[in-house]
Design a protein. Structure first.
Length: 569
């Protein structure tokens, strides 16, 4: 209490007196009276208390400083970005733990190493350009480049660089904040891939329309020529080959369209062997000749409930992946279709599948194989080990999704250097596959009047000749507006209308609507090379009698015309 009642001045005075008394000899101290001795001891006690308080304040300040230093160190070391201090000559002078972790190197091993050692070789010029500009202009700058960590692991990084002018005539150094933007770059790549696929779909549609129109002209002229060439003549067989080639080309165009656009899943009984063989025929021209394709089709009952378009996509993806694994060395691509029965002892291997009969498809290659660290991620979206331009990492994840939607499973077995085997199990179906048979014999004929509309002159000329040969009166128009006016002037004169879909001024669907407003019972057939605005279902809902995809052979056209005429009132 006495200490607390003393003023600052009194404390100072007592301190001085105590110091003076301590300088005195013991003899002087013994000559003091008891009251003076007590007073002196009291002064010394107060002085000691003050020293202890000052020492306590100093210790507290030191603790606070240490805590602040530790907090700063934690903030620096465990910041979400890597911090580097780089000398004017490009050597790493300091780095936080995050930066060291990004590169996968111990902090002490980084000190004194050139920062450029960790820049991807293709981005070295960009790094030196920014470093030079920063030191010359002494202004903050930023850039994006790839950094390489331990064992060549590469990641995309954003660098914020700021020059720091050192004092005492020392050379300036650079402070670099490094952010890992690999995830953002992957998202950008995914967006670019999606946009590219959308563009490919749009481009494929435009190409399909023009290409199928060209095929229609080739098929039609070949049919006309075959009628004038005797079957014994060698030219007749050549023309037949042209027709077959056109039909194969039309199937390829259809497959490209199916592959580049989203389609609704339509499950129906389908023969797996036939679907696989069709996909392999399509792939043969896309796979290098150094790769041998083997087919091993032993399934006695290969019918599955499936969407043929999506099964085609599965086989395409797996075979293309296999070919990429062998493109440098060549090898063997083998596709097997066989029957399988899951017994109770298979439960552990296939826990999601019930016992019963299955169709097993195996796609194997003799390529480089898949490493143990990657095989568990092989079906993850956007995971890929391919170099840029070789794949987006979506193929196998799409395959996995399709197989799952077909109530099946897919698995992979592989070792580095020993190739890979992908195995698919799909439940065998009890139904029979749809079989499309081509009828033979004479073409159905008629004597009705048809209005034929198409903006391609060669197709119009073919229609006049081909339909005229089987008895029809054909009025042709190359402009849909003119066709509408001709129909409006005498609607009862025409028995049916055949129109293209994509035409200038008016689409075939719009023309059909206008025609049915004039006469609602007129049968209309829409023929198209390709159109995003029309398909068979949309045509049916719009009241259109039939929908045909070009190229349309003469037999199909004759049968379709006769069918719509016979069912009209």
């Amino acid at each position: 209490m006495e200490k607390e009642m003393l003023t600052r001045g009194e404390k100072s005075e007592l301190r001085k007196k105590a110091e003076e008394k301590l300088k005195d000899s013991p003899e002087d101290f013994s000559s003091l009276s008891m009251e003076e001795k007590d007073r002196l001891f009291h002064e010394l006690q107060v002085y000691q208390i003050e020293l202890e308080m000052q020492n306590e304040e100093l210790r507290r300040a030191q603790l606070e400083l240490g805590a602040a230093r530790n907090e700063y160190s934690d903030l620096y070391d465990f910041a979400p970005v890597g911090y580097f201090t780089v000398s004017e000559k490009g050597m790493i002078a300091a780095v936080n733990l995050t930066g060291a972790s990004m590169l996968g190197v111990e902090r002490q091993r980084l000190i004194g190493k050139p920062f450029s050692r960790f820049v991807h070789r293709e981005d070295q010029d960009l790094y030196y350009f920014h470093k030079k500009a920063l030191l010359e202009e002494m202004t903050q700058t930023s850039c994006e480049l790839r950094l390489m960590g331990k064992e060549g692991c590469t990641f995309h990084a954003h660098l914020d660089c700021a020059p720091v002018q050192s004092g005492g005539g020392k050379a300036p150094h650079i402070r670099v904040a490094v952010s890992d933007i690999t995830e953002q770059e992957e998202m950008k790549d995914q967006l670019r891939q999606a946009l590219k696929m959308d563009s490919i779909g749009t481009l494929s549609g435009g190409i399909a329309h023009d290409f199928n129109n060209i095929l229609s002209i080739i098929v039609g002229n070949a049919e006309l020529a075959m009628e004038k060439v005797p079957e014994k003549n060698r030219a007749h067989s050549h023309l037949a080959e042209i027709q077959d080639a056109c039909q194969r080309a039309a199937k390829i165009v259809k497959q490209l369209l199916n592959f580049s656009r989203k389609t609704d899943q339509e499950l129906k009984p389908s023969k797996m062997t036939a679907m696989v063989e069709e996909a392999l025929r399509f792939l043969r021209s896309a796979i290098p000749s150094t790769i041998e394709i083997r087919m091993n089709m032993t399934a006695a009952h290969d019918v599955v409930l499936a969407d043929p378009v999506q099964i085609n996509e599965i086989i395409l993806n797996l075979c293309i992946n296999a070919s990429h694994a062998m493109e440098r060395t060549g090898g063997v691509l083998e596709v097997t279709v066989e029957n399988a029965i899951l017994a109770p002892e298979d439960t552990d291997r296939y826990p999601d599948l019930p016992r019963g009969h299955y169709v097993r498809v195996m796609v194997s290659d003799t390529g480089s194989g898949i490493g143990a660290k990657n095989i568990d991620r092989i079906f993850d979206p956007y995971f890929t080990t391919k170099e840029i331009g070789k794949g987006s990492g979506m193929g196998l994840s799409v395959v996995h999704g399709i197989v799952k939607n077909h109530n099946g499973v897919i698995s992979v077995e592989s070792e580095p250097g020993k190739g890979a085997v992908f195995t698919i199990l799909l439940p065998a179906a009890a139904g029979k596959p749809e079989i499309v048979t081509e009828t033979t014999g004479d073409l159905p004929t008629g004597n009705e009047t048809l209005l034929f509309v198409d903006d391609e002159e060669p197709i119009v000329r073919l229609a006049e000749q081909l339909l005229g040969k089987i008895g029809y009166r054909v009025i042709t128009k190359m402009n849909p507006v003119e066709a509408l006016e001709a129909f409006r002037s005498n609607p009862d004169y025409f028995h049916a209308v055949i129109t293209d879909m994509t035409m200038p001024q008016m689409t075939g669907a719009h023309l059909a609507q206008k025609l049915m407003e004039i006469r609602n019972d007129i049968p209309i057939i829409i023929c198209t090379g390709y159109s995003v605005m029309m398909n068979a279902e949309k045509a049916r809902l719009a009241g259109i009698a039939e929908y045909l995809m070009k190229p349309v052979g003469m037999r199909v056209m004759a049968q379709t015309i006769r069918k719509v005429l016979d069912r009209s009132p």
